[in-house]
Structure formats: structure tokens, C-alpha cells
Design a protein around this ligand. Structure first.
Ligand code: EPU
Length: 422
């Protein structure tokens, strides 16, 4: 079992380069099944969820070859229908994109109920509603299966929740359906736009991605091509917060600053200095942090995937802050771990009331999920002394070489295995 040892209390100084966005790369990897040709995907992040997705596609019969660091060639012409490896599909959430992709290509699909972080109920009723509206029959028990005997037909679908997953899945299934599909109350996250751009580059006819109304005019078939994934706004935001929490001065490179607006504005409200360039942000702080109220929301609101990391900063701010979670049913499990480090947090339903403390203290803590793990790293970097973080496989699902990147900007952090202490 690997653990992280972090000796904190040092400012992060220098620059860090952000990788491709996991949550954009996942639907795009599965979209290659729909494309039914050769795709070259660039800027894929080196994280375990991406390796799992590539392995699922490979085990479905695709030829998957790494041709450069971050670049893969995926030939899906040899993919067989109904071949999803359930053992792998069940460990990650993004595997459910196989449903939309296979339904669009073969008219049928079956996969495991999705895994991923435990953040509450996370139902998939909106995916099912979309598939059924397009004409598929969906069965859901220990697995999910969907099929149709005739071609899917475009229609209007109103999402009751602006779900990222449902928007991507319906977009995938509708790309080769007959006629026009309109998704109303669609998610507007940058990864939705990235999936639409990828599909359009392969011959799809999708407009409106990034707004709440997406129109998909079905096309007969798609063709392969080369596509580069956008930078990861959550990875970038995590390093921005780490800079502020350690009184550092960090340039976060290879970002789209517009995607970071909500985080940038909240940091500024707390007294952190943020300079925005064309493709970088520079974040510095003298450690005087003001209390704020933060409410997570769908994009362009404050991202739920930044809730735990931002909470660490609120713990270090003067006065009482309030953090409200409005996207996921339950996201506050990690607060128990922060309390072990001296934080003063009281969770009341969807609100966390946070009384700032002058400093956090080192402890043995766990990464209870992916973003919670990142929060523990930030807390450990800010605390004077050595913190040990367990269950770091969660962090490795979504953060590319976090240890190497942090070491490069002055952090004292290392992975220690039970057998090898290095
Ligand atoms: N929801 C429904 N019904 C549905 C789908 C969603 O009620 O059919 C609800 C969920 O229960 C949740 C809310 O809608 O309360 C948002 O869910 P959404 O479908 O948007 O999220 P997701 O597709 O399950 C993706 C990311 C998450 C990220 C959310 C929100 C992937 C693989 N996962 O999840 O990423 O938190 O969007 O932005 O893309 C992470 O990377 O750490 C992570 C958890």
C-alpha cells in the first residue's frame, strides 16, 4: 500500500504545467468506438482512470498504441459489440460513456453500473431518459443494457438536471441517429464542448455545445482524425489553491484562464493575487486570507470538484466562512480528515461552516476520494511538520504525477511503499 509523506510549511515557488483534462478525455476515448476508424488522441493525462478507459477499449477489440508521451492511436474498426469488460467498467464512473457510443454504432450495449467517487446517490436516470427518448429499450439491474431494433431517431430531450454524464452520453447516441436531437438544459462544462468539438472534427453535426441547448443533426457515419484534449481546469485550480495555502508564488502553465474564472474570482475575494495571461495564471499570497461564502454549482459556477481543495483555504482564512455543496448529494466526508489536522468545520446538511484557524497541524489522514485526496495534500503542504496520507490510489486516478510536479516547485513530498521506503 502506497502512502504520501508530506513535510509541509514551505511555499510553492516556480511553475507547474497542467495536463489534459481527465473528464474530457474519458468521453472522447469512448467516442472513438462510435467513430469506427483510426483516431489519434493527443494530451491524454497520465492518470489511472485514463489507463483503465484505454484498457476497456482495447479489451473490446480496438488496437490501442501509444505513439508518444500523452498521445495514443486508437483503431476501433475491430471493436466487437457487447464486449465491455465488466470488471474494469465497474471501477470507474466514465465507463458509462460506452453506452452512448455502442448504442450509436451497434444499436445495443451493456455495461456495469458505474463506480467512481462515492459522493452520494449519483443516479443515471437522465441518461436512461435520453436513450429511451431516442427509441432504445433500457434495462438496469446489476448491469445496464440498452438496445434498439430500428435506427435511433432524433427528438427533443429536456434534462431535469444539467448532468455532464447524461449530456455526453445522449450526444454520443444522437450523433448518428436519424434527424435532429435537441438537448435542453444541457450541461455547459468545457468537457461537453471538447466532446462536441472532437465529434465535429470526425464529421458530426453538433451545435450549441457550451450553452444550455445543444442541437445534434444526425449523420450517416464518422471518420477518424487527430484531436488534442483541453487542459484540466480542476488540476489547474488545485495548484492555484495550493499556492495560496502555502503563501507561495506559482505560475500555472498550459491552462485556459476562462475555464478558471470562478476559482480565480473567489481567490481574489479572499485576498489572493491572481495574474491572468493568455495560457497561464500566476497565483501568489502573503497568507492573509479573508473569509468568504462559496456555493458550488454547474459550470460556469464554482466547480463541485474544487469543493474539498477550497475548503482547506477557508480553514486558513480569518473568521467564519461557509461552503455550500449544491451539485453532489454528499461531498463532505473529507472534513473529518481535516478536523484531524486541527480544522474547525461543522457540516450541516449541504453546508460546511468553517471557523478559520491560524495553522493546520500534521496528522495521519486518508484520501477518502479523488478531490478529497488533493485537499489532504494541500492541507499537508500548508502544515508545519510531516503528514502521512493513506489511500492515495484515489489521487492517482485523476492527478498526473502530482508528486513530481509538486517537488518541482519546492514541496517536500514522497511516495512510500510498505516494502520500499524511498
Ligand atoms: N444526476 C442525476 N441523474 C442523472 C445524472 C446525474 O440526478 O442521470 C445528478 C447527480 O446525482 C449529481 C448531479 O446530477 O448530483 C451532477 O452529476 P453529473 O452527471 O453532472 O456528474 P457525473 O457525470 O456523474 C462528472 C465528473 C465528476 C464531476 C461531475 C460534476 C466524470 C467521469 N465525472 O460526474 O468528476 O464531479 O461531473 O461536474 O466526468 C471528479 O473528477 O473528481 C469527479 C467526481
Amino acid at each position: 500500500m502506497d502512502r504520501l509523506y508530506v513535510s509541509g510549511g514551505k511555499p510553492l515557488l516556480g511553475s507547474v504545467t497542467i495536463g489534459g483534462m481527465k473528464n474530457a478525455a474519458l468521453p472522447i476515448i469512448f467516442a472513438t468506438i462510435l467513430v469506427n476508424d483510426v483516431c489519434i488522441l493527443e494530451n491524454l493525462p497520465e492518470v489511472s482512470d485514463i489507463y483503465s478507459a484505454l484498457e476497456i477499449v482495447r479489451r473490446m477489440g480496438a488496437e490501442v498504441e501509444q505513439i508518444e508521451r500523452f498521445t495514443y492511436r486508437i483503431d476501433t474498426r475491430t471493436v466487437r459489440s457487447n464486449s465491455v469488460p465488466l470488471d474494469l467498467a465497474r471501477i470507474m464512473r466514465g465507463s458509462y460513456y460506452v453506452l452512448g457510443a455502442e448504442l450509436g454504432r451497434f444499436g445495443r450495449s451493456a455495461t456495469a453500473l458505474p463506480g467512481g467517487c462515492n459522493l452520494g446517490a449519483r443516479p443515471i436516470d437522465q441518461h436512461i431518459k435520453g436513450f429511451e427518448a431516442l427509441g432504445a429499450t433500457v434495462n438496469c439491474n446489476t448491469t445496464i443494457s440498452c438496445y434498439t431494433d430500428k435506427p435511433l431517431e432524433g427528438t427533443s430531450i429536456y434534462l431535469d438536471v444539467a448532468s455532464v454524464g447524461a449530456t455526453c452520453n445522449i450526444m454520443l447516441a444522437a450523433t448518428t441517429a436519424k434527424g435532429m436531437t435537441v438537448i435542453d438544459n444541457a450541461a455547459r462544462e468545457p468537457h461537453i464542448v471538447d466532446l462536441a468539438n472532437f465529434l465535429n472534427s470526425c464529421g458530426a453535426n453538433i451545435s450549441g455545445a457550451g450553452t444550455e441547448v445543444i442541437k445534434i443533426r444526425g449523420v450517416e457515419s464518422l471518420h477518424g482524425g487527430t484531436y488534442a484534449i483541453i487542459p484540466d481546469m480542476i488540476e489547474a485550480g488545485t495548484y492555484m489553491i495550493a499556492a495560496a495555502a502555502t503563501k507561495g508564488d506559482l505560475t500555472v502553465k498550459n491552462v485556459i484562464p476562462r475555464h478558471l474564472e470562478a476559482t480565480t474570482r473567489k481567490l481574489e475575494e479572499m485576498g489572493v493575487t491572481v495574474e491572468e495571461g493568455d495560457d497561464f495564471v500566476r497565483v501568489s499570497s502573503d497568507g492573509n486570507l479573508k473569509k468568504v461564502r462559496v456555493k458550488t454549482d454547474f459550470y460556469p459556477g464554482f466547480p463541485t470538484d474544487m469543493n474539498p481543495q477550497f475548503c482547506v483555504l477557508l480553514c486558513l482564512a480569518e473568521g467564519q466562512s461557509k461552503l455550500t455543496e449544491s451539485v453532489m448529494d454528499f461531498r463532505f466526508k473529507y472534513t473529518d480528515e481535516l478536523i484531524r489536522m486541527g480544522a474547525k468545520i461543522s457540516v450541516q446538511g449541504r453546508d460546511a461552516i468553517i471557523d478559520g484557524v491560524p495553522e493546520l497541524t500534521p496528522a495521519n489522514v486518508r484520501a477518502v476520494d479523488l478531490r478529497a485526496g488533493a485537499a489532504m495534500v494541500i492541507a499537508a503542504l500548508a502544515a508545519n511538520g510531516t503528514t502521512i496520507i493513506e489511500d492515495i490510489h484515489h489521487i492517482q486516478r485523476g492527478y498526473e504525477d502530482m508528486v513530481g510536479k509538486l517537488r518541482g516547485v519546492g514541496a517536500d513530498i514522497k511516495i512510500v511503499s510498505d516494502d520500499i521506503r524511498a
